[in-house]
Design a protein around this ligand. Sequence first.
Ligand SMILES: [Zn+2]
Length: 107
Amino acid sequence: MTEENVIKIPIDMSGTPLPEPEGCKHNERTLAECSITYLDDLHRYVLEVRAHCETCGRRFRFEKLPVAISVTQPCVDVHGYTVSLPIVPGEHREITDGLLASLRDDS
Ligand SMILES: [Zn+2]
């Protein structure tokens, strides 16, 4: 792989740490649940994801996503506990120069 074929993906770790939780640290047994809904009228798929701590039952809230109901953009419900992600049936895509160029254009 040549230098020009290397895609650099930015990693943002600039957020300040969350305060130390009291009691359960929600880090021993966590579970994510998901479901896929197919909307016949729109011919679209939506993946819904929820997560919680199995130890104490506390739900995880998704942050930094718009509160909305949408089948075309990632969003969360009004409480922030369910994220909805538009998905499409995928096919394996080969890494081609065209794909690399399009990924560079998106940055
Ligand atoms: Zn917990």
